[in-house]
Ligand binder design. Structure first.
Ligand code: GDP
Ligand code: IMO
Ligand code: MG
Length: 448
């Protein structure tokens, strides 16, 4: 049986957590394949809101196995907090039973967080992601499988501690790593998570051969990809489909679906060019920020807001070959008189339909817009009722107000990608699926 990939099609925070939660009921595995706790994936189930940073969003389905995959960098202390929160909510302790950490995943140490605090350019999440990946690329990092060997190798410990302190000093961070703390940290990780550390690639491969369904859960988004995004204002991993299987330790031939999650507008947290950005304090940009509660799930920073950018969505499709788009937060646009979609850029008087490679050039691009009529604002409950009507009467997207539907159809037309689900609220029930499509699932199925 196949694997499906769920990816952010923009600059992150598109609503990947909600999409994974919806699909997980029909899946046996949910696997994170890159990134770390820079991710913040939100799932809203009635009165309960889960904010997950490393635990895959399939956790809500009790039969779904969870993997922190090969391509990840994992902060064990944050994972412990997340697992404690999950335990207090459900009394379940999934680690070692249905939650596994890849032997190949890299450990985020306190050193990596300290080093990341020196960032002045990118506006990182400060979670140590870049420094942990840098160590991996330099081949001096510690993977989970390496921990017992490092604990037993006094020279390696000395060398690592001295390297870390030299690096902190070089960027003016006034903190030091103590040898005894470093060793104690590694011992704690083995005590706490030893049972969960497994050869997860082989486990997922076996599951696929046994006919099980696997979900590959992306973090961040296409425009934050280290190779293909708006460099240097990107994250430190390959966020794209090409890395979904690689970072999970399986081959690309297993994938039959790749869902791109895109907001009906655009947001971005952190620094870097954003051609369709709107003023934050006034007008539609402020409307998106306030109605959409656009504050980062991980850092709480305000998210910058702007119109939907078809140029970047098409570039993201070029990379990832989406088989379907999940269009989220359409409800947020309700109440705006006019909606705009950016269909091209003006770069120094030349019209282009792709994102220039250089961030300097991208920053000079002026968006070219087409205009659409707005649609009325509704209360959260009214949107949920609309979604329920869509399911009960088998109406699909036809329940949407006319101008909302024509906005959606135009996005399909411009992107050339079928829209398979439309988000009209944060709650799991507040989605409308295309009839017979992969998201045409009963959202009331009991989970935890
Ligand atoms: P992720 O990182 O891609 O999983 O997205 P985040 O969880 O960081 O951010 C998405 C935010 O939008 C969360 O607060 C979700 O609860 C919320 N959300 C997701 N889909 C919808 C939707 O269709 N409408 C509204 N209003 N909120 C949504
Ligand atoms: P999810 O999975 C939005 C951004 C940061 C910063 C840049 C680099 O929730 O969509 P990093 O800490 O990764 O080195 O920061 O990337 N960023 C995200 N923005 N959503 C995310 O994750 C992000 N993860 C990182 O704001 O601009
Ligand atoms: Mg997020």
């Amino acid at each position: 049986m196949p694997a499906s990939v769920v990816l952010g099609a923009q600059w992150g925070d598109e609503g990947k957590g909600k999409a994974i939660d919806q699909l997980a009921n029909e899946s046996n595995w949910a696997v994170r394949f890159q990134g770390g706790n820079n991710a913040g994936h939100t799932i809203v189930l009635g009165d309960t809101t889960l904010k997950l940073h490393q635990i895959p969003s399939g956790v809500t389905s009790p039969h779904c196995n969870l993997v922190l995959g090969d391509g990840m960098v994992v902060d064990p202390w944050v994972l412990e907090e997340e697992l404690d929160r999950w335990h207090s909510l459900t009394e379940e302790r999934p680690e070692g039973k249905r939650l596994f950490i890849s032997e190949r995943a890299s450990v985020i140490l306190p050193f990596h967080r300290m080093y990341d605090s020196a960032d002045k350019v990118v506006g990182t999440t400060g979670r140590g992601i870049g420094p942990a990946y840098r160590d991996r690329i330099e081949r001096v990092g510690i993977r989970f499988v390496d921990i017992p060997f490092v604990i037993g190798d006094s020279d390696k410990i000395d060398e690592t501690v001295s390297r870390m302190n030299m690096q902190l000093d070089s960027v003016g961070v006034n903190q030091k790593v103590e040898r005894k703390d470093f060793v104690a940290d590694l011992e704690w990780i083995m005590d706490r998570f030893g049972e969960a550390i497994r050869p997860t690639g082989a486990m997922i491969d076996k599951a696929l051969k046994n006919g099980e369904n696997v979900l590959l859960e992306g973090a961040q988004g296409a425009m934050l990809d280290i190779d293909q995004g708006t460099y240097p204002f990107v994250t430190s991993s390959v966020t794209s489909r090409a890395n979904a299987t690689h970072g999970a330790g399986i081959h690309p031939g297993h994938v039959n679906n790749c869902f791109g999650i895109s907001k009906a507008y655009t947001t971005r947290v952190g620094n870097g060019p954003f051609p369709t950005e709107l003023p934050y304090d006034t007008g539609p940009g402020n409307h998106m920020a306030m109605v959409g509660h656009e504050f980062g799930t991980t850092t709480g920073r305000p998210r910058r807001t702007g119109w939907l950018d078809m140029v970047s969505l098409k570039d993201s499709h070029r990379l990832n070959g989406y088989t379907g788009i999940v269009l989220t937060k359409l409800d947020v646009l309700g109440g705006l008189d006019e909606l705009k979609i950016c269909t091209g850029y003006d770069l120094d008087g030349q019209i282009i339909d792709y994102m220039p490679t250089s961030s300097h050039d991208l920053a000079r691009c002026r968006p070219i817009y087409e205009r659409h009529s707005g649609f009325p604002a509704l209360e959260e409950q009214e949107w949920i009722e609309m979604a329920e009507l869509s399911r009960s009467d088998r109406k699909g997207f036809e329940v949407l107000p006319e101008s909302a539907l024509s906005y959606v159809r135009r996005i399909e037309e411009l992107s050339g990608i079928p829209i398979v689900s439309i988000g009209i609220g944060p709650d799991r029930r507040a989605s409308i699926a295309s009839l017979g499509g992969p998201f045409d699932i009963d959202p009331e199925v009991t989970t935890f």
